[in-house]
Design a protein around this ligand. Structure first.
Ligand SMILES: Cc1cc2nc3c(=O)[nH]c(=O)nc-3n(C[C@H](O)[C@H](O)[C@H](O)COP(=O)(O)O)c2cc1C
Length: 317
């Protein structure tokens, strides 16, 4: 069993872990060692969406250890995206080799790279020849449709000075079905020479203990949905004990600060409510009656009604 302190990373989740969310979780609960920014990528006409650019602006990420991520289909896209982030002063950039959505993979992005070890090898040779003043980490799944894909990819990654690899042991084809496979992670540990970060389904202290039993040497973990349901999870896994009243109080505070942040930067009730609805799709799971909580949120047609619903949810559910 490793005695090194555990490190917890917040997974990038497009549409959820935006800069308002990152700041509020950092200030309210903490316990997170790195906050990964959802990917930066080119849209139509080689343009980057304004909302994605806002995410990587240094002034929106002050005082937090953040890592931006890039999603790319070829060397031109990759180098252009890296240049933007290098100019913004980031010391680490994460390469997305795991996005499973057809919109990305059909364009050769994300998990599509897992079926192209030779092309990846060539790309990484060019990348490291270029000497960008930044370290690169990788976030990947086990394969496109076969979990054998990762073996050839590990062989390629082993040849380059990668900072660390975040490994989500599921194929892209699985999307989020079934369970992440810790045995596949154990296999990866024997094949990869870089530090590995476990990612996949970590949702509670009990589950964490089960994973620790299976992976006793593992001390780096990335959490996505588990933190969206329970923003206190990272702090709790690091030993912070909150009694249930304190958790409830802090969750309320967390929600208030998030709402304040969206209200300050978004125009009009409908935009703010859309963001809060999105947030509640996971957050409602931290309440005893998630369906009722979600129903009340969804029913709120104005901020006034929404605020009344929140009082009711925190009082009754
Ligand atoms: C809505 C949504 C958006 C996501 N966006 C990204 C992203 O921008 N970049 C990325 O590498 N992974 C993204 N992911 C994958 C997560 O980072 C993470 O790998 C996955 O949810 C598994 O971790 P978990 O089981 O702890 O949630 C996304 C997942 C979801 C559900």
């Amino acid at each position: 069993m490793t005695t090194e302190p555990i490190q917890i990373y917040q997974a990038p989740m497009q549409g959820f872990t935006d800069f308002s969310y990152r700041k509020v979780i950092f200030e309210t609960f903490g316990g997170i060692d790195k906050y990964f920014i959802p990917y930066l990528s080119y849209g139509k006409g080689h343009e980057i969406k304004k909302s994605q650019m806002r995410e990587v602006l240094p002034e929106n990420n002050l005082q937090m250890p953040v890592v931006p991520q890039v999603l790319f289909s070829d060397q031109t896209e990759l180098f252009d995206l890296i240049s933007i982030l290098v100019d913004s002063g980031y010391p680490e950039i994460n390469l997305n080799l795991g996005c499973p959505y057809p919109m990305a993979t059909n364009r050769g992005r994300g998990a599509a790279w897992l079926e192209k070890p030779e092309a990846l090898n060539e790309l990484l040779q060019q990348l490291f020849r270029n000497n960008f003043p930044v370290r690169f980490s990788v976030k990947m799944r086990a394969g496109m449709t076969s979990d054998h894909d990762c073996k050839a990819i590990f062989d390629v990654l082993n040849q380059f000075p990668i900072l660390e690899i975040i490994f989500h042991p599921r194929t892209a084809g699985q999307m989020y079905e079934g369970k992440a496979n810790p045995l596949l992670f154990t296999e990866a540990v024997s094949l990869v020479k870089h530090p590995l970060v476990y990612n996949g389904d970590l949702s509670s202290a009990v589950h964490f203990q089960e994973l620790k039993t299976m992976l006793p040497e593992q001390n780096k973990w990335m959490i996505g949905r588990g933190l969206l349901v329970n923003p206190a999870l990272a702090a709790q896994l690091k030993g912070e004990v909150f009694d249930s009243k304190i958790v409830r109080k802090k969750l309320k505070e967390f929600h208030e600060h998030l709402l304040e942040s969206y209200s300050a930067r978004l125009q009009g009730d409908s935009h703010i409510l859309m963001r809060m609805n999105q947030f509640w799709t996971f957050f409602s799971e931290s309440f005893e009656n998630p369906h009722k909580a979600m129903k009340l949120v969804k029913k709120s047609s104005s901020l006034l009604k929404y605020n009344a619903a929140i009082v009711e949810i925190f009082r009754s559910f």
